[in-house]
Design a protein. Structure first.
Length: 87
């Protein structure tokens, strides 16, 4: 029996390695917009966050996404992340 490889990614806040489906990808696209990548295939520079409200709040407080994506992140994006988590 062949086991399928599970893609692992690191959360930028907790530095914890998790399966890709347990994380949310935030991407700075080539035109400079910052979007939430639900498909995992949007072109651009991405950062992963663990699907946890505490992680989102810590990312907002420490501005870790600003450093990783090298752009200013709006509060609206964090509201979208929280709404996505509540679905």
């Amino acid at each position: 029996m062949i086991t399928k490889k599970i893609p692992m990614r690191s959360c930028v806040v907790t530095k914890e390695r998790c399966p890709k489906q347990d994380l949310i990808r935030v991407v700075r696209t080539t035109d400079g917009n910052v979007v939430i990548d639900a498909s995992g295939k949007v072109n651009g520079h991405g950062a992963y966050l663990k699907k946890d409200l505490k992680v989102f709040e810590q990312a907002k407080k420490s501005k870790v996404l600003n450093r990783y994506l090298e752009t200013e992140i709006s509060d609206d994006l964090f509201e979208q992340l929280k709404a996505l988590l509540n679905k």
